[in-house]
Write a new protein. Structure first.
Length: 276
């Protein structure tokens, strides 16, 4: 009986240690979604992984990751912009390798030198730094941008390759940047809290010798709580080869994504978030 109890305690400890790659966002890090309701399964790829993005023992956002495409499907976070330095260090997700690895994001160097992980093993489950070298016309595009966070640790947490896609460099530094840094500021005036989801539609081309998918579109949606009686929403989408962003209603974006993904009607937020 005592031995059975010890086994149960050990199993509980092991489960608690596996908090990074999770089984669902509803039970593990629902706080990053409006009314704690994540997008429905119409966005899910064949091999999805749910990541509660953890840095220095704190969760900062949630990412649905596509292991096959080696890009995030979307990242969800709470919009809290503020001044601060832009980090320069890129991180990876150890638990995509396996549940026995650290549950907080780490540098490639740390995994290779302290945990004896080979670069080949690391690269099987996710994109690595080498995948983003020598790109032409593309650069590392954040889904959850570091500028939407107000302290260094939360900004640092966005510098994980599981939050990055190959993005058209003119779009990333132009119209998309204008949306992130200007339109969001205007649209969130009067908001008590704003929930954001930013995603990437898989495309038909790849970089890094077929390892990492180049998305066809980048999209973003926000649901803002003004007060107990007022909620507003907006959305944008951009083709990932043009320096142009289209402003949509939430309902229009969901209908567009329904067509682009082809897996059923897309729902990004709880039904209380207005679609018009």
């Amino acid at each position: 009986m005592l031995w059975l109890l010890l086994l149960q305690v050990l199993a509980s400890c092991l489960w608690l240690g596996h908090g990074e790659v999770v089984k669902s966002f509803e039970t593990s890090c629902p706080q990053f979604f409006f009314r704690e309701i994540p997008p429905n399964e119409a966005l899910e790829p064949r091999n999805p992984t749910w990541i509660c993005q953890r840095y220095k023992n704190q969760y900062y956002f949630a990412t649905l990751y596509d292991r096959k495409m080696r890009i995030p499907v979307y990242s969800a976070y709470i919009y809290q912009p503020g001044p601060g330095k832009r980090p320069k260090t890129w991180l990876v997700e150890p638990q995509l390798i396996g549940p026995t690895f650290p549950k907080t994001m780490e540098k490639e160097w740390t995994l290779l030198n302290q945990y004896n992980v080979t670069l080949e093993k690391l690269s099987q489950s996710q994109a690595i730094l080498h995948d983003y070298k020598n790109l032409t016309g593309l650069n590392r595009g954040h889904l959850n941008p570091n500028g939407h966070h107000d302290d260094y640790s939360s900004r640092m947490a966005t510098f994980t390759l599981t939050n990055i896609v190959p993005q058209d460099e003119k779009l990333n530094g132009g119209a998309w940047n204008n949306y992130e840094q200007q339109t969001m500021i205007r649209r969130t005036q009067g908001c008590k809290i704003t929930y954001a989801i930013v995603g990437a539609v898989p495309g038909n081309t790849y970089v890094s010798e077929g390892r990492v998918n180049r998305p066809s579109h980048i999209w973003s949606a926000a649901c803002c709580v003004v007060d107990n009686n007022h909620i507003k929403a907006w959305a944008v989408i951009a083709e990932n080869d043009k320096n142009q962003v289209e402003l949509l209603t939430l309902g229009e974006l969901e209908d567009t994504l329904t067509e682009l993904y082809g897996r059923g009607q897309v729902s990004l937020f709880d039904s209380d978030c207005p679609r018009e």
